[in-house]
Write a protein of this length. Structure first.
Lengths: 321, 509, 364
C-alpha cells in the first residue's frame, strides 16, 4: 500500500516492543507466583525518572539504569510486603503505587530540576547503539546492508537485552528449580507448602525479579527512546504489558509475541497519521492514539484467544487447616 | 525399641477453641495406628503439629525417642514424616514427576535429576504395586490414582512415618481394599502408618492400635484386636449413639419429583451424568448413596437450578422444570425456589451462607423478596420476629441473631440453613451432606428434623457419603457410580456389601 | 466483671479507629516527604487548614470540590459492593460530561433552568452509564477483568473526547479546546444567595444533590433487597447464585449505576464552575473517588467525610502550591496514592496490635 514503509515498520516494531517486553516478563514472574502486579505502571514511571535523573547528573546511563533498578525493586518490595505479608488487596496495592508514583515523580523532578516536572535532556549520556562487526562494510549492499545495520544490528543494548531475556526467562520458568517452585506457588500454593517450599519466600523472590525486569522498561523509555523523563510518560504501558500477558496465556514466548503485536500497532499508528486511507481518508491523530487501548479491550474480551490465568493468582496464601 | 512417635501433654488452642488438650500417647514403630474421632475432636490438629504446620502451645513431641521441635513441614520431611492429605496437595497442570520433585529438586537445574528421579519412581511403583506413570499429568488421573501419587511422593522422600488423613473418603470399596494392601506392604517393610479416620469399619480392618480422641483429649487407647466397633463408638461419642429415630410408617403420596433421562456433559465432552431416572414421592426420603465425585453433586445442582442439564427432563408435580431455552443457569435458583424446591447445599460455606452476614440476614438468604415492602425495603420487624422463632425452634447456639454467621460452629450454621429452607415450606427438599463437619449432638437433631419433615409429607432427596446416615434416614436408596444409577433398593434390603459393590460400579443384574 | 478475651475486633475499632490510624500513617509519610522537600510539614498543614477550612471562602471551595468527589466516591463504592473494582470513574465522568454538554447545547436557549438542569443531569448520567456498560458486560459475560478494561476506557475516553471537542464542539476561531459557554439556564444556582457566609465561591445546589445521593445510597445498599443481593454478590458469588441472584445482570447493573454516578460528578464540575466542556476537565476526580471509597469504607458517612477531606486537600493544596513552589499540586496526587495504599491495601496493619491492646485493657 502506498505510503507505508514496511522496512521502517519492522524496525520500529522491534524498537517499540522492549518497553512492553520488560514489563510483561516482569508481570509474568509476579503472576506466575500468584501475585497480581497491577503496579507495573508505577514501577516503570519511577525507574524512568530515576534513570534519567541519575543518568543526567552523573552523565553515565549505566549508573542511571542501576539506580532505576534500585527504585523499582524498592517499590516491588513494598508491593510484596502488602500483598504477601499483610495479605492485602493486591489490585488496590498496585493502583496505589501507580497513583503515588505519578505524583511523586513529578514533584521530585520539579524539586530537583525546576523544569516543570521533567528532567533535562540527557544529550550524549545515552546508550550508544550496538554496531555489528562488518556492518559498516556492507552498509551499501541492498537487503544485507539493511539487515546488518537496522534489523539485527544498530539497536540500543537494551533492545538486545529484551530479546535475550526471552530464552533466559523461558529456561528459568520451565527448567530451573526456582521456576518449578514459582509455578507451583501460582497454581496450588498449598501443595508447594506441603512439599516444604516457602510460598512467602518464593513470592518475594518473584517480586524481586519483577522489580528488576520492570526497571529496564522505565530506563528504556527515558534513556533510550526520548532522552528525558516527562510526567506520566508511561502512558499505560504497564497495562498494555498485562494485556500482552493475558494474550500470551502467561507463557514467555507468546507474551513476547503479544508485545511485538502492540509494537507493530504503534509503528503502523505513526505511519498512518499522514496517509490518506481508502474510504475513511485521513484519520486524526487523537483517534489513532486510541488504537492500542482498543486492541487491549478486544484481547481481554477473549476475542483473540482463550487464556487461563495461574489458578491461585491474586489470592493471598493462608495456611489452611 | 523406641516408639516411632510419642506425644507428651500436647496442647494447642486457636483463640477460645482448645483444639488439643493435654494429649499423650505413643505410636509403635512398624505398626498401623488408627486415630479416630468425630469432626472437631482434634485429630487433624494433632497431625498438623506432627507435620510442622502448627506449633503446640505446650508439651513435647518425640520422634524415635528424641524430643523434636518441628517448626516447618520441611523439618518434618527431613525427620522421615510424610503426610497424605485429605485434599490432595498436587499441582494439577504438572506431571507426577514434577510434583514429586517439587521441594526436592536436588539442584538449580531440573534436567540434571529428572531421569534419575523418574527411574526411582518407577522402581518404587513396582515395589509397592502403585501403578502410576511418572510422566502423566495430574488432572488426567483418577482420584484413586492421584492418591497413589501422594503416597508415592512420601515414599520417594524416604518417609518412615506415613500419616494418612481420611484416605478413603474419596475411594470406592475396591480402591480402599487396594490401598490397604499397599499399607500392609509398607508395614512389612518396617514403616509406621498413622491412619486418621472416623470410619469404625476401617479401624477394625487394618489397624493394630487405636487412639480415640474426643473434644481435644484422648478418650481411650486400645489394641484393635481387643476392642469392638461399639466400644470405640462409645469412646468417640461419650454416650451411646443414636439407635433408630422415630418415624411414621412409610406411606408415600404422589410423585413430587420425576427425573427422566437426565444427561450432563461438561465442556470437554466428559459424561458426568448418564441416563438418570429417579422419582421421589411426597412423604418419602430417597437417599443417593455413593462415593463423592460420582455425579451426585452435579445432580443436586441441576435439581436446585444452579446448573443446566445437557438433556433430559425433570418434572415437579407433573410440570416440567424450566431448563429449556436457556444458555446458562443464571438466576434459575430463584425460579426453582418459587416453585417450591428447597435446597440445603453440600458446601455450606461456599453456597449456603454469606459468612460476613449476620445470622438474621442469613435466615432470609434466597427469600429476600418474601420479606420486603412495596418500596423494595426490608420489613425488619417481620424478619426479626421470624428469625427469633427459627433460632428458638431449631436450637441454634449462640442464640444471637446479630452475630456474624461465620463465627458459629459448623453444626449451628447448618441448623440455620435447614431452618431457613424448612420454613419456606417446600414441596421438595434437596439435602446434600447435611451432617458434614457437624458434631454428633447436632447430627441427631438434624436427622430428627429431616424425619419430621418427611412425616409432614415433604418429598426429600438426600445425598450422603455416610452409609450410616443413609441407613438412618432413607426409605429408598439409589446408588450412583460413575455418573449413573447402578442400583435401587428399599430400606429393608439394606446390605452394606451389596451397596458397596454398587458404589464401586457393579450394576445389579 | 472480667471480660472474655476477644479474638475479633469490635465494630468501633474496625469502623473508626483503624481507618483513622491508616489515614494518619499516610499523612505521616506525606509529612516526611514534605520535610525532605525542604518545607515544614507543620507549617504546610497550617496553611492548608487556613485555606481550606478557616477561611469561609476557602471552605466554600472545599465543599464545592467535595460535591464532585461524593459522586465519584459513590460510583466506586457501589461497584465495590458488588465486588468490582471500577477504576474507570475518570473516563465515565469525562464521557458523562459529553452527555451533559450535548443536552445543554441543544436546549439551553429554549428551556428554563427547572427543565434544563435535570435534563443535563440525565444526559450526564446516561452517558456515564454508557461508558461503564462495556467493561461491565465483558466482565459479566466473558470474565474480562474490569480493572484493566476500565483503565483502557479511561485512555480511550481521553483520545475520543479530544477528537470530539476539537472537531465538533470547538467554536469557530477559538483556540482553547473547549465547547462554547453555556447559557444562564444551565448554571447551577449557587448557595451564597442563601448563605452569604461562603462569599464568592462556586458552591451550589450540587452539594445538596450530593447529600441526597448519599442518603439514597445508604438506604438502598443497607435496607433494600436489591442492596442485600448486591452485597451478597460482592461477598460470595457462588452463594449469591445459590440464592437466585442473576449474577450477570447484577454485575452489569452495578457498573451502569456506577458509571451514572461518575457521570453525575460532571454536573457540579461543569455547570457549577466553568460552564463549558473543556479538555480533561475531570482532572483526577475519578481517581480521587477510588481513594474516597477505600478510606470511607463505602459507607455514606465515611464517603462524605472523605470527600470533604479531599476537597480540603485540593483547595488547601492549591493555595499551598502558590505559597510553596516546592509543594506543587501533584504532591496531593502522591498523598492520594498513599491513602489508597494504607486504607485500601493495608487496612489490617494495626489490627493485631489494637487487638492486643484491647485484650490487655480488658484483663485488668
Amino acid at each position: 500500500m502506498e505510503g507505508f514503509d514496511i522496512a521502517n515498520i519492522v524496525v520500529s516494531t522491534i524498537r517499540n516492543a522492549p518497553v512492553l517486553m520488560f514489563a510483561a516478563l516482569a508481570g509474568l514472574f509476579a503472576e506466575r507466583s500468584g501475585v497480581v502486579d497491577i503496579g507495573l505502571e508505577g514501577k516503570i514511571l519511577a525507574s524512568a525518572f530515576v534513570s534519567a535523573a541519575v543518568g543526567y547528573t552523573t552523565q553515565n546511563p549505566w549508573l542511571g539504569i542501576a539506580a532505576g533498578i534500585a527504585v523499582s525493586v524498592a517499590l516491588a518490595m513494598v508491593q510484596a510486603f502488602v500483598s504477601i505479608t499483610q495479605k492485602g488487596n493486591q489490585l488496590v496495592a498496585g493502583i496505589a503505587i501507580n497513583i503515588a508514583m505519578s505524583g511523586l515523580t513529578f514533584v521530585v523532578a520539579q524539586y530537583i530540576f525546576q523544569q516543570g516536572g521533567r528532567t533535562p535532556d540527557l544529550g550524549a549520556a545515552r546508550l550508544s547503539n550496538v554496531v555489528l562487526p562488518g556492518a559498516a562494510a556492507v552498509a551499501d549492499v541492498p537487503v544485507l546492508g539493511w539487515i546488518m545495520n537496522s534489523l539485527v544490528g544498530g539497536h540500543s543494548p537494551l533492545v538486545y537485552l529484551a530479546f535475550i531475556l526471552l530464552p533466559v526467562v523461558h529456561w528459568v520458568v520451565y527448567h530451573s528449580r526456582f521456576g518449578l517452585r514459582l509455578r507451583a506457588c501460582g497454581e496450588n500454593p498449598h501443595a508447594a507448602d506441603a512439599a516444604g517450599v516457602s510460598v512467602e519466600r518464593t513470592r518475594y523472590m518473584a517480586m524481586l525479579v519483577a522489580g528488576v525486569l520492570c526497571s529496564f522498561s522505565g530506563a528504556y523509555l527515558s534513556i533510550v527512546q526520548s532522552g528525558f523523563f516527562l510526567r506520566d510518560m508511561s502512558a499505560g504501558a504497564g497495562y498494555l504489558a498485562l494485556t500482552a500477558l493475558v494474550f500470551g496465556n502467561w507463557r514467555p514466548l507468546q507474551t513476547v509475541l503479544g508485545c511485538l503485536m502492540f509494537g507493530f500497532f504503534q509503528a503502523v499508528q505513526i505511519q498512518i497519521e499522514g496517509v490518506d486511507l481508502p474510504v475513511v481518508g485521513r484519520i486524526p491523530g487523537s483517534l489513532i492514539q486510541m488504537i492500542p487501548y482498543v486492541v487491549t479491550v478486544v484481547v481481554l474480551a477473549g476475542l483473540m484467544a482463550k487464556s487461563v490465568a495461574p489458578k491461585a493468582v491474586g489470592k493471598p496464601f493462608v495456611k489452611s487447616r | 525399641m523406641q516408639p516411632a512417635v510419642e506425644f507428651r501433654n500436647i496442647s494447642k488452642a486457636f483463640g477460645p477453641v482448645q483444639a488439643n488438650a493435654d494429649v499423650s500417647f505413643t505410636i509403635a514403630k512398624g505398626s498401623i495406628h488408627g486415630v479416630i474421632g468425630e469432626n472437631g475432636a482434634g485429630k487433624s490438629t494433632l497431625m498438623s503439629i506432627l507435620y510442622g504446620y502448627y506449633h503446640a502451645d505446650s508439651g513435647q513431641l518425640l520422634i524415635d525417642g528424641q524430643a523434636r521441635n518441628i517448626r516447618t513441614s520441611q523439618e518434618a520431611i527431613d525427620l522421615g514424616i510424610g503426610m497424605v492429605h485429605q485434599h490432595f496437595m498436587l499441582v494439577e497442570n504438572m506431571t507426577v514427576l514434577d510434583n514429586v520433585m517439587l521441594g526436592a529438586e536436588g539442584g538449580f537445574k531440573l534436567a540434571a535429576k529428572r531421569k534419575e528421579v523418574e527411574n526411582k519412581l518407577r522402581e518404587i511403583c513396582t515395589r509397592y504395586r502403585l501403578d502410576v506413570d511418572p510422566l502423566a499429568t495430574i488432572h488426567d488421573l483418577s482420584v484413586g490414582a492421584q492418591q497413589r501419587v501422594e503416597i508415592l511422593k512420601q515414599i520417594y522422600r524416604s518417609a518412615n512415618i506415613l500419616i494418612l488423613d481420611e484416605p478413603t473418603a474419596v475411594l470406592t470399596a475396591q480402591e480402599t481394599a487396594s490401598l490397604f494392601e499397599i499399607l500392609r506392604l509398607f508395614k512389612d517393610q518396617g514403616k509406621t502408618i498413622i491412619l486418621i479416620t472416623h470410619k469404625l469399619g476401617e479401624i477394625m480392618d487394618i489397624t493394630d492400635q487405636v487412639t480415640v480422641m474426643r473434644a481435644g483429649r484422648v478418650a481411650g487407647a486400645v489394641t484393635t484386636a481387643q476392642t469392638s466397633k461399639e466400644q470405640l463408638a462409645n469412646m468417640m461419642v461419650g454416650r451411646p449413639i443414636e439407635g433408630n429415630l422415630p418415624r411414621k410408617p412409610f406411606n408415600p403420596g404422589a410423585a413430587v419429583l420425576d427425573v427422566k433421562n437426565l444427561q450432563l456433559q461438561d465442556a470437554n465432552k466428559v459424561q458426568l451424568l448418564a441416563d438418570i431416572n429417579l422419582q421421589v414421592r411426597a412423604g418419602e426420603i430417597v437417599a443417593i448413596a455413593g462415593v463423592s465425585g460420582n455425579g451426585q453433586s452435579e445432580l443436586m445442582e441441576i435439581l436446585a437450578g444452579m446448573r443446566l442439564p445437557s438433556s433430559g427432563q425433570v418434572e415437579l408435580e407433573g410440570k416440567n422444570l424450566p431448563y429449556a431455552g436457556r444458555s446458562n443457569a443464571d438466576g434459575l435458583p430463584y425460579t426453582f425456589r418459587q416453585l417450591g424446591i428447597g435446597h440445603v447445599p453440600e458446601d455450606r460455606l461456599r453456597d449456603g451462607v454469606i459468612k460476613d452476614y449476620s445470622v438474621m440476614q442469613n435466615t432470609v438468604f434466597g427469600y429476600e423478596h418474601r420479606v420486603k415492602n412495596r418500596w423494595g425495603l426490608f420489613d425488619f420487624e417481620a424478619i426479626a420476629k421470624r428469625c427469633a422463632h427459627l433460632l428458638q425452634a431449631f436450637d441454634v447456639r449462640p442464640n444471637n441473631p446479630d452475630l456474624r454467621i461465620g463465627l458459629l460452629s459448623g453444626g449451628n450454621q447448618q441448623k440455620v440453613v435447614i431452618a431457613r429452607e424448612v420454613s419456606a415450606q417446600p414441596k421438595l427438599m434437596l439435602v446434600g451432606q447435611p451432617t458434614r463437619g457437624v458434631d454428633i449432638g447436632t447430627i441427631e437433631a438434624i436427622h430428627t428434623q429431616l424425619l419430621r419433615l418427611r412425616d409432614e409429607g415433604v418429598a426429600i432427596l438426600l445425598v450422603s457419603v455416610e452409609l450410616e446416615e443413609v441407613r438412618a434416614l432413607a426409605d429408598r436408596i439409589v446408588v450412583m457410580s460413575g455418573g449413573r444409577v447402578t442400583g435401587e433398593l428399599n430400606i429393608e434390603e439394606f446390605d452394606t456389601t451389596r451397596i458397596g459393590l454398587l458404589m464401586g460400579g457393579m450394576h445389579k443384574s | 466483671m472480667k471480660q472474655m478475651k476477644t479474638t475479633e475486633l469490635p465494630r468501633w475499632a474496625t469502623g473508626i479507629v483503624l481507618p483513622l490510624l491508616n489515614l494518619l500513617s499516610a499523612l505521616l509519610v506525606a509529612a516526611l516527604v514534605i520535610h525532605l522537600l525542604g518545607e515544614s510539614p507543620v507549617e504546610s498543614m497550617k496553611i492548608l487548614i487556613d485555606s481550606a477550612v478557616i477561611n469561609p471562602e476557602g471552605l466554600g471551595y472545599t465543599l464545592f470540590y467535595a460535591s464532585t468527589f461524593v459522586f465519584t466516591g459513590l460510583a466506586v463504592s457501589i461497584a465495590m459492593k458488588a465486588g468490582l473494582f471500577n477504576i474507570g470513574a475518570e473516563g465515565q465522568m469525562y464521557f458523562g460530561g459529553l452527555g451533559l454538554t450535548l443536552a445543554v447545547l441543544a436546549f439551553d436557549a429554549t428551556l428554563s433552568p427547572w427543565l434544563m438542569i435535570p435534563l443535563a443531569m440525565l444526559g450526564a448520567a446516561v452517558f456515564g452509564a454508557l461508558w461503564a456498560f462495556l467493561p461491565g458486560y465483558l466482565q459479566a459475560k466473558r470474565g474480562s477483568h474490569v480493572v484493566v478494561t476500565t483503565i483502557m476506557f479511561n485512555f480511550i475516553a481521553a483520545s475520543l473526547m479530544n477528537f470530539i471537542i476539537v472537531k465538533y464542539l470547538l467554536p469557530e476561531g477559538e483556540q482553547n479546546p473547549a465547547s462554547r459557554v453555556f447559557a444562564e439556564s444551565a448554571a447551577l444556582p449557587t448557595l451564597n444567595t442563601w448563605f452569604p457566609f461562603f462569599g464568592d465561591t462556586p458552591l451550589n445546589i450540587g452539594f445538596l444533590v450530593a447529600i441526597a445521593a448519599l442518603v439514597i445510597y445508604g438506604v438502598v445498599v443497607s435496607r433494600s433487597t436489591w442492596g442485600y443481593q448486591l452485597r451478597a454478590t460482592g461477598l460470595n458469588q457462588h452463594a449469591a447464585h445459590y440464592a437466585g441472584v442473576r449474577i450477570s445482570r447484577m454485575i452489569i447493573i452495578a457498573m451502569l449505576i456506577s458509571g451514572a454516578l461518575a457521570g453525575l460528578a460532571s454536573v457540579n464540575s461543569i455547570m457549577g464552575s466553568t460552564h463549558y466542556l473543556s479538555l480533561n476537565f475531570p482532572a483526577g476526580a475519578g481517581f480521587i473517588g477510588i481513594a474516597i471509597a477505600l478510606m470511607g469504607r463505602q459507607h455514606p458517612v465515611g464517603i462524605f467525610l472523605s470527600s470533604v477531606l479531599f476537597g480540603a486537600l485540593i483547595q488547601g493544596g492549591f493555595d499551598l502550591s502558590l505559597e510553596k513552589p516546592n509543594i506543587p499540586v501533584e504532591t496531593f496526587v502522591f498523598i492520594q496514592g498513599l491513602i489508597i495504599l494504607f486504607c485500601g491495601a493495608m487496612e489490617n496493619l494495626y489490627g493485631p496490635a489494637l487487638l492486643k491492646l484491647i485484650n490487655a485493657t480488658r484483663k485488668g
